[in-house]
Design a protein around this ligand. Structure first.
Ligand code: BES
Ligand code: MN
Ligand code: ZN
Length: 500
């Protein structure tokens, strides 16, 4: 999709469709008034008949209004004017794109009233226009046989109205938004693939293929033998029950400019469990299929690196992905087994379903060699996080309050929100073991935090944050599929870190 701006003369715009917002209470927006006077009052007449009440996210396509260049107008409901803000605007624009995608319309100009600049400034307006448009057009990788649905015709969107002084910021937002959206597509495509396709080996090959398309990226893949040489005993313990060999993927982006290249990097670490059966501590059958999404953290890391490469972010970023499959087997790790992590610390594996922290602890230890300015891991780590925060917020934890705050604030700006949970010393005490340095589980209470406390044993001396995306990385039910979160949050965090 191509994005651009329009500034004035809506009636003369050379597009297939104008998208006009309509309030529920009949008050016309500035754009609606301009359209109405261009088409000799036809809009007011239509609304007066009651054909379009302006309910939030409802749309009506009107053809061949006189006096304007566009052959169609898409009326889009904004709901009540008094409750109109960033959220209602987002909903309206998403609904408009969804409606446009079912037509033959190839180009559209957005002329929906904008929320207050305090809620959505010029830059974030551009970002949201692009991110929402692309997300609404996303289709799940098609593994259905039979006739393929036609892709949407919409290929060009003009955002506006944009005054001249705002053009640069909006254009920058559009460019960043398109890159965030492309990254989300990478994440969602990987997440939506079935576990028999998206294996650790497949993830590594995809990372390599993506790096070929982005010149700033370097990829190295450790196979099982190399992982053994790194002494990643916890990661290997998880992997040993699977017929699929593990992979450890290292993706590096060297930002252009000497200062950027030599600075300490941000290291992102992703949990890449391509299927989590629970292992010997096997999960119940209900919804076990959703454990194909247990590599969403890994997918987010790979996706975010394509984003930093696409916009040539002037910042060093390293992505680490620990990719394994967690299966029960005669060779699988058993409850009570003790593994030695790459850090040398020993872990009693009391529950083989707490496998995410086992692969992450070795990946986090690997991060040390980069002397990172900050390490952020992204993981579908605990069901407890879903109980704590539901599906709206990602859990944000870590050992550095400022870093956690930075991520939470990035999530607010990116409309991809996270909420802090406290990782104080008490939680780590629950991980006591009689047989090893500590156990990999600590009971049900505070499960999201004790998981973080476990990771905290491996991140001492580094500025570290942990994003538990168990509740946010995918949708269940009729809309089952990857959400692309928290890639927008990570993108925003990195943009700010780079000082853009
Ligand atoms: N991948 C799961 C976490 C999960 C569960 C994510 C449900 C999304 C939905 C993780 O590996 C896991 O199984 N965690 C256990 C930990 C427990 C054994 C301490 C959990 O949350 O039940
Ligand atoms: Mn598990
Ligand atoms: Zn898991």
């Amino acid at each position: 999709m191509r994005f651009d701006i329009w500034s004035k003369g809506m009636a003369a715009l050379d597009v297939d469709c104008l998208v006009i917002g309509i309030f529920e209470d009949g008050q016309l927006t500035e754009e609606a008034r301009a359209l109405d006077s261009a088409c000799a009052g036809r809009l007011r007449k239509l609304l007066a008949r009651g054909d379009f009440p302006g309910k939030a996210a409802e749309t009506l396509l009107v053809a061949d209004l006189p006096g304007i260049g566009a052959t169609r107008v898409l009326l889009t409901g904004l709901g009540a004017k008094k409750s109109f803000g960033r959220k209602a605007w987002r909903k309206a624009w998403a609904a408009a794109v969804a409606a446009l995608s079912r037509t033959a319309i190839r180009s559209a100009a957005l002329a929906i009233e904008r929320p207050d600049a305090k809620e959505l400034d010029d830059y974030y307006f551009g970002r949201a226009v692009a991110e929402i448009a692309e997300a609404s057009l996303y289709r799940i990788n098609d593994l259905k046989s039979g006739k393929k649905p036609k892709p949407a015709a919409l290929a060009r969107v003009l955002a506006g109205p944009v005054v001249r002084s705002a053009a640069a910021a909006v254009n920058r937002g559009l460019a960043h938004g398109a890159a965030v959206a492309a990254a989300c597509r990478v994440q969602r495509d990987l997440g939506n693939l079935p576990g028999n396709v998206c294996t650790p080996t497949f993830l590594a090959e995809e990372a390599r293929a993506l790096a070929k398309r982005h010149r700033s990226l370097r990829v190295r893949v450790l196979d099982e033998a190399a992982i053994r040489r790194e002494k990643m005993g916890c990661l290997l313990a998880v992997s040993q029950g699977s017929a699929q060999p593990p992979r450890f993927i290292v993706i590096e982006h060297a930002g252009s400019g000497r200062a950027a290249r030599s600075a300490d990097p941000i290291v992102l670490v992703g949990k890449g469990v391509t299927f989590d059966s629970g292992g010997i501590s096997i999960k119940p059958a209900a919804a076990m299929d959703e454990m194909k999404f247990d590599m969403s953290g890994a997918a987010a890391v790979i996706a975010t690196l394509t984003f930093v490469a696409a916009i040539d972010l002037p910042l060093r970023v390293v992505g680490l992905v620990a990719a394994v499959e967690n299966m029960p087997d005669g060779k699988a790790v058993k409850p009570g087994d003790i593994a030695t992590s790459a850090s040398g610390q020993t872990v009693e594996i009391l529950n083989t379903d707490a496998e995410g922290r086992l692969i992450l602890c070795d990946a986090l230890h690997y991060a040390r060699r980069f002397k990172p300015a900050a390490v952020v891991d992204i993981a579908t780590l605990t069901g407890a996080c879903v109980i704590a925060l539901g599906h709206h917020h990602t859990g944000a934890m870590g050992n550095d309050e400022a870093l956690v705050r930075e991520l939470v604030e990035a999530g607010v700006r990116a409309d991809d929100r996270a909420w802090p949970l406290p990782v104080t010393e008490e939680y780590a005490e629950q991980l006591k073991s009689n047989f090893a340095d500590f156990a990999n589980v600590a009971g049900r209470e505070g499960g999201a935090i004790t998981a973080a406390a476990f990771l905290g044993k491996f991140t001492q001396g580094m500025k570290w944050a942990h994003l538990d995306v168990a509740g946010t990385a995918w949708h269940s039910g009729a809309q089952k599929g990857s959400s692309g979160r928290p890639t927008p949050l990570l993108a925003d965090f990195l943009i700010r870190r780079a000082g853009l």
